[in-house]
Design a protein around this ligand. Structure first.
Ligand SMILES: Nc1ncnc2c1ncn2[C@@H]1O[C@H](COP(=O)(O)OP(=O)(O)OP(=O)(O)O)[C@@H](O)[C@H]1O
Ligand SMILES: [Mg+2]
Length: 371
């Protein structure tokens, strides 16, 4: 995709530096019949930001996007864009472009007519503008085609061109890539992000694909059951999940049972970790990513070192994924992703006893049942 002469948005750096929201939602609630679907959503989106709403099916992502678009009305709560209370405006007054999961093009209109749909300008200008937009999304020369004559990926490009036609200041995307096959999806991800950066257009994309969110977003809002569980950069969401839900939903995870002693320290199998967990809990769970479990070539005495038996090995392209059980407690199973340039790669063979290392700073402890 290329960007021709669409204006490149200027960032309000003073606002951004303060982290202030350009688009803000404050305590937005929405129920359908008696069912609460959004429960006190507050969110501040920065100008020019690419924000992903990530969460499982039914958690309220589309509803939130539709409320932003004015296609649905919140029961309570305030929505402001650049200081204007847009939460009370009809869709046509809100200045956004939207792309849905299904292509939603008008089937009886050509590509040109679809893209030009919202453009109110003299015919000659319109033709030129459509040409620019199609060039931008890499569809030059397809003006006369009908949607049915295009591939899924091409149709979504048309939908994107149509959404951007009126130079909106906000782009809303509801799973725009999910109906496409994996290769096209990956390609379009990259193009979409490059274009968004170039235009500097504030974008909110709904997805339930964590790879998509981690790979594309400036920040991710992880949603569950109508609430935002955590808002953060992809790195923060992946490495410092604040709740067990986020840790489990994003990425692969080991959940290992722990006991908590009277000092708030942790016992995991035969391992001990100094910690300051609340002592009103006696048990909990340790979380760690499979890539942070180190399979060592040889034993050394250190906090976090223990012996394990390799019970299963799968080949996953870049890594070997081992399932190991701790010798101290065979019921504790640990998944380890080991890459070929790590010492333990060759030791990952079913039946082997191997030293494994769980680094304290790679573990997160979640407390469980209270005393
Ligand atoms: N118009 C409606 N009337 C009644 N219930 C609705 C309506 N729209 C959404 N819901 C309900 O609200 C909940 C949230 O729906 P929503 O479409 O926002 O979820 P989502 O996170 O986008 O899910 P998905 O990933 O499956 O698209 C669901 O339980 C859904 O059934
Ligand atoms: Mg949805």
């Amino acid at each position: 995709m290329r960007n021709l002469d669409l204006p490149v948005a200027t960032h309000d750096t003073s606002l951004e530096a303060k982290g202030a929201g350009w688009l803000t939602m404050a305590n937005v609630n929405k129920s359908f019949s008696a069912t609460a679907v959004l429960k006190g959503i507050s969110l501040a989106v920065r100008k020019g930001e690419f924000l992903c709403l990530l969460g499982p099916s039914g958690c309220g992502k589309t509803t939130l996007l539709r409320i932003l678009a004015g296609l649905e009305r919140q029961d309570t709560g305030l929505i402001e864009m650049a200081g204007t209370n847009i939460g009370i405006l009809p869709p046509a007054k809100r200045n956004y472009g939207i792309v849905f999961q299904s292509y939603a093009l008008f089937p009886n209109m050509t590509v040109e007519e679809n893209v030009a749909y919202a453009l109110r300008m003299p015919r000659a200008h319109r033709t030129r503008r459509v040409g620019e937009l199609l060039d931008m999304v890499g569809l030059c020369g397809k003006e006369g085609h009908y949607p049915a004559q295009l591939s899924g990926g091409q149709q979504q490009r048309v939908a994107l061109a149509r959404a951007l036609a009126t130079q909106p200041s906000l782009l809303l995307l509801d799973e725009p890539l999910s109906a496409l096959d994996a290769k096209v999806r990956e390609h379009l991800r990259h193009e979409l992000r490059t274009l968004q950066r170039k235009l500097g257009i504030t974008t909110i994309m709904v997805t339930h694909d964590q790879d998509e969110a981690l790979g594309m977003a400036d920040r991710i809002a992880v949603m569950a059951q109508g609430r935002i569980e955590q808002l953060g950069t992809p790195e923060q969401i992946y490495h410092q999940p604040q709740t067990a839900f986020v840790a489990d939903f994003v990425g692969r995870a080991n959940w290992l049972p722990i006991d908590i002693d009277d000092h708030g320290s942790v016992r995991l199998g035969d391992l001990h970790f100094d910690a300051k967990l609340p002592t009103r809990y006696t048990t909990g769970t340790a979380f760690c990513r499979p890539e942070h479990v180190r399979v060592e070539a040889s034993w050394r005495a250190a906090e976090g070192m223990t012996m394990a038996i390799v019970e299963g090995v799968e080949f996953h392209g870049g890594v070997r994924r081992g399932v190991l059980s701790l010798c101290a407690d065979r019921d504790i199973k640990v998944q380890a992703d080991v890459s070929p340039n790590e010492a333990g790669y060759d030791r990952l063979v079913i039946g082997n006893r191997v030293p494994i290392f769980l680094a304290h700073d790679k573990l997160r402890f979640f407390t469980g049942i209270a005393k």
